[in-house]
Design a protein. Structure first.
Length: 157
């Protein structure tokens, strides 16, 4: 069972994805996300003439007690200058039926990818940082297994 999970987690690393600039997922071994544990992702932008889409990834189990997940994200450049900061909420379960949304992995595990910023232009090449914080009313969110970020070149096709 553990081998299947590891293969599932590593498969995005080996798949052909020419638009992906950056993707990283942080596993939460304790199966919960504390309010004081921001997820921080550093990435490099080499071509600032093109727009990028920025997503966040969430892996949850049926143990997650709510229909929605609230996060706050902050995008900053290498000097710490804040480029964008917003609150976002997405449904992990259907609000009426309680049916899990997302792609089913193994058993009670579900993967989601949500758009944060579409067509983001960066002022210059360099290092950037995306900070994602859970913003629910509970300090500890059980049932959150991993949180990640993805930056890809905008492709209008």
């Amino acid at each position: 069972m553990r081998a299947v999970i590891i293969i599932f987690l590593l498969s995005p690393l080996f798949s052909c994805d020419s638009d992906r600039l950056f993707e990283q997922n942080i596993n939460l071994e304790a199966r919960y996300w504390r309010v004081d544990e921001p997820m921080i992702f550093d990435f490099m932008v080499e071509d600032s003439s093109k727009p990028y889409n920025i997503y966040y990834n969430v892996r949850n189990s049926l143990e997650y007690p709510y229909a929605r997940l609230f996060i706050q994200y902050t995008l900053a450049d290498s000097t710490g200058l804040q480029i964008d900061k917003k609150l976002s909420s997405q449904f992990l379960f259907d609000q009426k039926t309680g049916k899990p949304l997302g792609q089913s992995g193994i058993g009670d595990v579900f993967d989601h990818q949500f758009m944060l910023i579409e067509k983001q232009l960066f002022n210059y090449p360099g290092k950037y940082q995306l900070r994602i914080e859970q913003f629910n009313r509970q300090d500890t969110l059980r049932g959150i297994l991993a949180v990640g970020a993805r930056v890809e070149r905008f492709n209008p096709e």
